[in-house]
Write a protein of this length. Structure first.
Ligand SMILES: [Fe+2]
Ligand SMILES: [Fe+2]
Length: 308
């Protein structure tokens, strides 16, 4: 796989990894298992941001928290329309579970902001633009726009984790990274299904449009969040490279050429375990760093580690 963001091969993957796509029912099972998976956030550690960290991350986390708390009304409407035309009713339930997971991220970050005495934000122009792009759009466009955010989020949360020694914020980032890795797969593989049967030229045009959108969004995120990105070890060149590396991975998954979706397989415990294992590995390694507490960070007593 290339790391060159301008190489067309990134959009013409030739070696799909695993094309036995999970069904919507399996995604429902995955989200249910993931929601109840044991996660402890060391809230008892309390507010630990230093002044320098606060200056770098406060406004940035406010904006990402705003994006995470979307109610997903347009996505839900598009999913219902899709289910009505395909009979894939389980997809609506999977989308509902996905939206709940994003809102859980918003609750994580909201609780963190409240703990640090940082107010929530009500609006931001990138969030307004992002919502506008999805308004009235069909499922394919809606998912493509969402996927843009999911891919960039993988880089952003890896940087945010590296930008602080706060045990709470680092634990939140690790959990969100694991979840986002699965979101990328969920959205990308749906695009593969939606585009299945289309000619290669039409698929390439769609991918080119996504690529243009992704480039613009990556620039906007850099512009608005460069303090976090730099502090987290992602100067512009590394950030840009990592964004396109993640995009190239998603491009493999969204390519319909190798897709062979199974039809309506029953929920499989092993399939759910496989999905969770893959998302866990991808999330933990999103930026090639090991998960865990920051080097030299003061430990939190085990007794303060309480479930969210
Ligand atoms: Fe999220
Ligand atoms: Fe997500």
């Amino acid at each position: 796989m290339t790391s060159d963001p301008f190489a067309m091969s990134a959009l013409r993957p030739s070696a799909p990894v695993d094309r036995a796509l999970p069904t919507s029912a399996e995604w429902c099972a995955y989200y249910a298992a993931n929601a109840s998976a044991a996660t402890t956030i060391p809230w008892g550690c309390g507010a630990r941001l230093t002044e320098a960290e606060r200056r770098a991350v406060a406004a940035s986390v406010q904006e990402f928290q705003l994006g995470e708390r979307s109610e997903g009304q347009h996505l839900h409407a598009a999913a219902r329309a899709y289910a009505g035309s395909t009979g894939d009713d389980a997809y609506v339930r999977a989308i509902e579970a996905f939206i709940r997971e994003e809102q859980r991220h918003a609750r994580y970050l909201g609780r963190f902001l409240a703990m640090e005495g940082i107010p929530l934000r009500r609006r931001s122009w990138p969030d307004d633009v992002f919502r506008f792009l999805r308004r009235g759009a069909g499922l394919e466009t809606t998912v493509a726009v969402l996927l843009t955010a999911e891919v960039i989020a993988q880089v952003y949360y890896a940087a945010l984790r590296g930008a602080t020694r706060s045990p709470v914020l680092r634990a939140l980032c690790e959990r969100i990274l694991r979840d986002e890795a699965a979101h990328v797969r969920f959205q990308a593989e749906r695009l593969a299904l939606l585009r299945a049967g289309r000619g290669r030229f039409a698929v390439r045009i769609a991918c080119a449009g996504q690529r243009a959108l992704f480039a613009g969004a990556a620039v906007v995120v850099w512009n608005g969040h460069r303090a976090v990105l730099r502090r987290g070890g992602f100067p512009f060149r590394r950030y840009w490279r990592q964004c396109w590396r993640q995009f190239a991975r998603a491009a493999v998954m969204m390519d319909p050429a190798g897709s062979a979706p199974r039809s309506r397989a029953p929920v499989s415990a092993s399939g759910t375990a496989r999905l969770r294992a893959r998302s866990s590995a991808a999330g933990a390694l999103a930026d090639g760093r090991a998960a865990g507490p920051a080097p030299g960070a003061p430990p939190c007593p085990a007794s303060t580690r309480i479930p969210l």
